[in-house]
Design a protein around this ligand. Structure first.
Ligand code: ZN
Ligand code: ZN
Length: 418
């Protein structure tokens, strides 16, 4: 193929701009006069600027962009004193939480290098993650409870592109990753807004069907997997657009293909094997296999990154329980791309998955009106972490179980049949 550089650069600029506009209009549903907090890797400055422009054009009162730099993160591992690894900028996260309490929306641009911390001491990585999770929790709580409208989008970065396309030159890898992001984010079409409206409507039909069935549990069967996931009392399936507590309709993840709900923290049993590697905080955990008893992981192993997995499970009591179960057809566009993105935003939308840790209150009937105690009584899990990992495959069957023991096919060979 022969494309003049200027033409392809112009095409890239158009799609980048559509991604920014889609993030602001569809992802956030940014309200006139609303403040916006953006975080982004330095390599995504171009996208962050376009987001800023579209936010102001949509009436934002103030846009604050916080940039992060992988190189600076590594300098800490190379040169900082030991006590540094228990430190986190609590003042920054408290400030972000304060902005959300005052009505700000939140947009995260992700483009993490999946292998950034691969060479670092796992105990130090674990301490940094724990300190960060603790300090971040005031802000995370407002996000997890959908107190505000928020969204996550992705930007291709050189280090990430190298992981996804290791056999290409850096330029080519970057271009391919951008194309994959544009396509998965549904901005490679002339009118992304109407494309997203149709996609959201399809996801809404799927959640309505599952909500009408009121299953007591799901039974997953596939290679290495025979798992019963009890669903929380008064659980509600969600997917696609949702209404935050501030009344604004937003799409929290771009892309998104999943429908998801809350498992009962004490009613998960059996064993399950991951169908894709999990990239977590710069480490790769491959071939996770765990066994649940009474909702808790009692055995956990992985072919690589087992120490990282064990550190994750030791974060707190809730880290060994489930906070989410999600169904994604194997034929989803991201799955069909055949790519492993080493990034949860993409990989979780390629396969059915479960998440360790914090549950979403919005996945309950009237969840936004329930107290912490009421959520816990219905089976919601609490934790500092929320980590999705993929269990779905073309060989996965899922049944829905009724309270009375009735069984209905929900998925066969990775596809919805309900
Ligand atoms: Zn999910
Ligand atoms: Zn999740």
């Amino acid at each position: 193929m022969n494309v003049t550089p200027s033409l392809s650069a112009a095409d890239h600029a158009v799609k980048l701009d559509r991604l920014a506009e889609t993030a602001v209009r569809v992802g956030l549903g940014l309200r006139d006069g609303q403040e916006l907090v953006v975080t982004a890797p330095v390599e995504a400055l171009d996208l962050a600027r376009r987001v800023t422009e579209h936010a102001y054009r949509a009436g934002a009162s103030l846009v604050t962009v916080i940039l992060n730099d992988d190189e600076q993160s590594l300098l800490r591992y190379r040169h900082a004193r030991d006590e540094s690894f228990d430190a986190a900028p609590a003042w920054l996260f408290e400030g972000m939480a304060q902005a959300y309490r005052n009505g700000a929306a939140r947009l995260a641009i992700v483009g993490d290098d999946p292998t950034l911390l691969a060479g670092q001491e796992t105990s130090k990585v674990a301490r940094v993650n724990r300190a960060r999770s603790k300090a971040y929790s005031p802000a995370l709580e407002l996000i997890a409870s959908f107190a505000i409208n928020w969204t996550i989008i992705a930007a291709a970065t050189p280090a990430w592109a190298r992981c996804v396309f290791p056999n290409d030159t850096e330029d080519r890898a970057l271009r391919k990753l951008w194309d994959a992001i544009f396509s998965a984010s549904r901005v490679d079409v002339a009118d992304p807004a109407s494309e997203w409206a149709a996609h959201n409507a399809a996801l809404a039909r799927r959640t309505a069907t599952l909500n009408a069935r009121r299953f007591h549990a799901l039974h997953f069967r596939g290679p290495g997997t025979d798992l019963f996931v009890g669903l929380a009392d008064d659980h509600e399936w969600a997917g696609g657009a949702s209404t935050a507590k501030n009344g604004i309709v937003c799409n929290a993840n771009i892309p998104t293909e999943e429908v998801f709900t809350t498992p009962h923290r004490a009613r998960v049993s059996g064993h399950v094997r991951a169908s894709k590697p999990l990239s977590y905080m710069g480490a790769l955990i491959e071939d996770i296999a765990v066994r649940f008893e009474n909702g808790r992981i009692v055995e956990a192993d992985a072919r690589s990154g087992a120490d990282v997995l064990h550190n994750v499970l030791n974060t707190d009591e809730g880290a060994s329980h489930l906070g989410e179960v999600a169904l994604v057809p194997w034929s989803s566009p991201i799955s069909k791309s055949g790519l492993l993105f080493f990034n949860t935003l993409f990989d979780e939308n390629a396969a059915s998955h479960i998440a360790l840790g914090q549950a979403y209150s919005k996945c309950f009937v009237n969840g936004d009106r329930l107290s912490e105690a009421e959520l816990a009584a219905r089976g919601a899990n609490r934790s500092l972490i929320h980590i999705d990992w993929m269990i779905g495959s073309a060989e996965m069957d899922v049944d829905g179980l009724d309270t009375g023991g009735g069984r209905s096919a929900v998925m066969r060979a990775g596809e919805f049949v309900i």
